[in-house]
Write a protein that binds this ligand. Structure first.
Ligand SMILES: C[S@@+](CC[C@H](N)C(=O)[O-])C[C@H]1O[C@@H](n2cnc3c(N)ncnc32)[C@H](O)[C@@H]1O
Ligand code: SF4
Ligand code: SF4
Length: 371
């Protein structure tokens, strides 16, 4: 039986801890909207990729359509960030495209660490990680490599190209052999949602102990059609799987963590079961992104026309201070599906990039078939 999503009037005393905790998170978002605090910086270091995944939200190809930042241009921007913000509190996540295609990746990570960043991570398809590159990443001070695995061999390869799972697993093995911490990100779709136990076996077989599950947004090559879009029973299956496995892992004390990693409110009783903290979206409140051509946005998954200017032309802190109003205003999100929602005070209209990709609203309650 699907778990019912509650109406606010159906809440009982046993829901109080969840309500308080979710309320705390939405309160924090409102505080940050008034007083933003940069603690997380994405850098889309390239739009080039050695793969051409069917679902790629950035439509990446071997060639980039952009004039991409040089090392000096990137550090010209980062130096201003270190001057204008407390850089020791800023974690940098380098994504793409495929970060390993940048020959300066090791130098960039090392310099960001020398500048005192709170931590530096990369998101990678893992296929280009050799022992030597893994050693250089470790020596540069990489905190974590988030590696994409989308299924067991047949499914992963059908999404990412023949032979890619084998290469990705070899990349993880090389990273582990060099002492690098890896986690896995899986994009859940109708083709793998009923096979998540098989995906888990692949991941655990690789020795990875952290697994983040996300769903696919209607962006880039995934804009059209329903191949990537979970229907309500599939969304419920995803949440049920994560809940069940999180409970089992907690009971048995296994050294393994899995969690739902998309933004947006998933319902009071679900919220604390599918992840450790509430999944509120902090894009533009504590998170900013530098895109591969120097454009500045709240999150790299947002449509590019939401970028707010180029940090090669305008100081990053000025863009952050003066051009991010729309990311810090929740009222415009009280429209479409959210207009009359009783949960708005807790949810504030869900995650920003999903909301922008679906202007009438993107709602996890609706996607579970309960609204
Ligand atoms: C854009 S990729 C860049 C890093 C690297 N090339 C990789 O694939 O891991 C970052 C993450 O976004 C995921 N992703 C790609 N397209 C997506 C989409 N349409 N919706 C949600 N996630 C997506 C990828 O699977 C990957 O885990
Ligand atoms: S999802 Fe990652 S690996 Fe796949 S095409 Fe996009 S950038 Fe490349
Ligand atoms: S309708 Fe909007 S405000 Fe209500 S729960 Fe869904 S996303 Fe959140």
């Amino acid at each position: 039986m699907p778990r019912p999503v509650l109406e606010p009037g159906q809440l009982g005393l046993r829901d109080l801890p969840e309500v308080l905790s979710i309320g705390g998170d939405s309160g924090l978002r409102q505080e940050l909207a008034a007083e933003p605090d940069l603690t997380y910086l994405f850098w889309e270091c390239t739009a080039k990729c050695n793969l051409r995944c069917t679902h790629c939200g950035s439509s990446c190809e071997p060639q980039s359509p952009f004039r991409e930042l040089s090392t000096d241009e990137f550090f010209g921007i980062v130096n201003t960030i270190a001057e204008d913000f407390d850089f020791r509190r800023v974690t940098v996540a380098i994504t793409g495209g495929e970060p390993l295609l940048r020959p300066d990746l090791f130098e960039v990570i090392a310099r960001l660490n020398q500048m005192g960043a709170a931590g530096v991570g990369i998101v990678t398809n893992g296929t280009l990680v050799t022992r030597e590159r893994a050693r250089k990443l470790r020596e540069a001070g990489l905190m974590v490599a988030s590696v994409s695995v989308d299924g067991e061999e047949l499914l992963h390869d059908s999404v990412r190209g023949e032979g890619t799972l084998r290469k990705t697993l070899a990349g993880i093995e090389a990273a582990h052999a060099e002492g690098l911490l890896c986690e896995v990100i899986t994009c859940v779709r109708p083709a793998n949602v009923w096979k998540l136990d098989e995906v888990e076996r692949v991941i655990r077989g690789s020795g990875v102990a952290q697994w983040r599950l996300v769903t696919i947004g209607r962006m880039g090559r995934a804009s059209e059609g329903d191949e990537f879009w979970l229907k309500p029973p599939e969304v419920r299956e995803l949440f049920d799987f994560i809940e069940r496995r999180r409970r089992e892992v907690a009971r048995t004390g296994e050294a393994f963590d899995l969690r739902f990693s998309c933004g947006g409110f998933v319902g009071v009783r679900r919220e604390r079961e599918v992840r450790p903290q509430c999944g509120q979206c902090f894009a533009g409140l504590g998170i900013a992104s530098i895109l591969c051509d120097g454009q500045v946005s709240a999150c790299p998954s947002m449509p590019r026309d939401w970028a707010q200017g180029n940090a090669l032309e305008t100081r990053f802190s000025e863009l952050w201070r003066t051009r991010f109003e729309k990311f810090r205003d929740f009222e415009w999100r009280r429209s479409g599906i959210c207009e009359r929602c009783d949960w708005f005070h807790l949810c504030l209209g869900g995650g920003l990039h999903e909301r922008l990709a679906q202007p009438d609203g993107f709602c996890w309650l609706e996607r579970q078939g309960e609204l």
